[in-house]
Ligand binder design. Structure first.
Ligand code: ADQ
Length: 503
């Protein structure tokens, strides 16, 4: 691993005190950074800000306090479609505001189901076979980006703008075209692929050029950053030096910010689940019948490799009957897209097959759950599982891998089986997690058996090393680090446009 979390956290000005004060310090850093920078955050969907609703993903957990305490504005889609009017529904949350926008009906499907999720998503995950043949959705993608930029223009008096994810690659260019001269940063939650893969994305050159309107481009891992650099060289003939590329609109800094979780919160939730056991977990444990519990938690997305994982379990059970029960939590995702509906059907078919092949009347090897759990419930489930199965074909980071580790019992932890193609594998190495090729069920099967039989001493050693890394760079460090880097853009003199470079 050459993402050096420790030095990055220190470079950002953090000192590690005791675990008890660490989080408070980091939250303070985060708030100070955000308060100095009167921020606008833009993402496709905004957080619900509802303490009773499960928070899916660390982003909500990280940015809700920033908005509530620093006065930031968080803008995104309302989830409703409109006729193209720019009216923002604004709600106050503490000192901050959430601004929701009805995206125009005319372009929504082409933007969301089409270009963003049927072209960019599979390409960014290096899965060309999953890319839709039709390429005529690019215009809708651009139109929605323009629409969101126009709406965000009313916040131009703010100090900086932080844009999230592949839905909005050209948004910074749109804002710049409108005359916004404040620093604009972008963080990509997905991977960035190699040049050969990117070449298959229609208009990839134009898209990449538009990304250079951002002052700061953030990636999850060094692998992504290297690929982006190779793409700049191959597709635009641009080099970057010391993490800076000079494009038509000035300097763009490119850096990694490997997203984290709040490990202390997960550990606390997991401990509390022991003191007051969740009825679901109690019933589940009774159903094991002497088998060890493995857990998978994913959106039902073909990138997550759930099908290969189930095939691996089939192999384990053929060799060692009744040895493992898999709790697979898989919430429906993007159901309006054909590829997702088909994948959901395929996974359900595989689950039935394995349960038929290896199950008994009173015992089933796969418990398949499609409803969401709260983060507290998830922590209890992770803790109960001897094996965490995180085997995506490709993943930006994968927060489940980190959550599973954080929730373990320090004296008797479980083992993480991790895809070598998840961003998390750049954090956790082979001495810590059991790294596997997610496309090879036999490798996953071998790792499941190894994990099930691993001596406690080795499990403790591996777990401790992973937990230290999680504590060194939490989700709060991640946001503070990005905001501080964006802040630097404010005092950096922007380069004079040199449009000839890209002509
Ligand atoms: P995702 O693809 O959604 O995120 P992941 O990183 O695993 O993947 O995050 C999923 C989050 O949702 C986790 O916090 C998990 O606990 C939660 N979750 C999933 N299923 C749930 C369920 N049934 N009930 C409750 N909670 C559930 C994208 C990228 C990733 C990147 C993240 C963050 O694809 O690569 O790690 O953003 O940048």
């Amino acid at each position: 691993m050459d993402v050096n979390n420790t030095s990055r956290a220190r470079a950002a000005g953090y000192s590690r005190t005791s675990l008890a004060t660490q989080q408070a310090d980091f939250n303070q850093h985060l708030l100070e950074a955000a308060q100095q920078l009167n921020l606008v955050v833009i993402s496709n969907r905004v957080s619900a800000f509802d303490p009773l609703q499960p928070k899916t993903g660390g982003l909500a957990a990280a940015l809700e306090p920033v908005v509530e305490h620093s006065g930031a504005v968080w803008m995104g889609s309302s989830g409703k479609l409109g006729d193209g009017s720019q009216t923002l529904g604004i709600a106050e949350h503490g000192q901050g505001r959430v601004a929701k926008l009805d995206l125009p009906r005319k372009h929504y499907s082409g933007y969301y189901d089409g270009f963003a999720n049927s072209i960019l998503w599979p390409a960014l995950h290096s899965l060309p076979d999953r890319m839709a043949a039709s390429t005529n959705h690019y215009e809708s993608y651009q139109e929605i980006n323009k629409f969101v930029a126009d709406a965000a223009f009313q916040f131009r008096d703010r100090d900086a703008i932080w844009v999230h994810d592949y839905h909005f690659l050209p948004l910074g260019a749109g804002l710049q075209k409108l005359g916004v001269d404040k620093p604009i940063g972008f963080f990509l939650h997905t991977p960035w692929p190699e040049p050969k893969m990117m070449e298959q994305v229609p208009n990839h050159r134009e898209l990449m050029q538009s990304m250079l309107a951002y002052d700061l481009l953030g990636f999850q891992t060094n692998w992504d950053l290297k690929n982006f650099r190779d793409c700049l060289r191959n597709h635009l003939g641009l080099e970057f030096e010391h993490g800076v590329v000079i494009g038509a609109s000035g300097h763009t800094r490119c850096q990694t910010f490997p997203i984290g979780i709040d490990p202390k919160q997960f550990a606390r939730n997991a401990s509390e689940s022991l003191a007051k056991p969740d009825p679901y977990v109690s019933v589940l444990l009774k159903k094991l019948g002497g088998a060890k519990l493995a857990i998978g938690v994913d959106r039902l997305d073909y990138t997550k490799g759930i099908d290969q994982r189930i095939k691996a379990l089939d192999q384990v059970l053929a060799a060692e009957p009744r040895s493992i029960v898999l709790l697979q939590v898989a919430t429906s995702s993007r159901p309006e897209i054909d590829a997702y509906r088909t994948y959901k059907r395929d996974v359900a078919g595989l689950v039935d097959r394995v349960n038929d092949n290896h199950g008994l009347e009173e015992w089933r090897p796969i418990i398949y759950e499609n409803s969401p759990f709260s983060q507290a419930q998830l922590a209890g489930l992770y803790r109960a599982a001897r094996i965490g199965l995180v085997t995506p074909l490709r993943d930006g980071m994968n927060l489940v891998a980190k959550e599973y580790v954080a929730a373990q019992d320090p004296n008797d932890p479980g083992v993480l089986v991790l895809s070598k193609f998840a961003g998390a594998a750049e954090i956790f190495d082979q001495n810590e997690a059991l790294l596997v090729d997610p496309a090879h069920p036999d490798e996953i099967a071998a790792a499941i058996s190894e994990a099930a039989n691993m001596p406690r001493k080795e499990r403790v050693q591996r777990w401790r090393a992973m937990m230290d890394k999680l504590e060194e760079y939490t989700i709060h460090d991640w946001s503070a680090h990005f905001i501080q880097e964006l802040h630097k853009s404010r005092v950096t003199v922007r380069a004079v446009p040199t449009s000839s470079l890209l002509d």
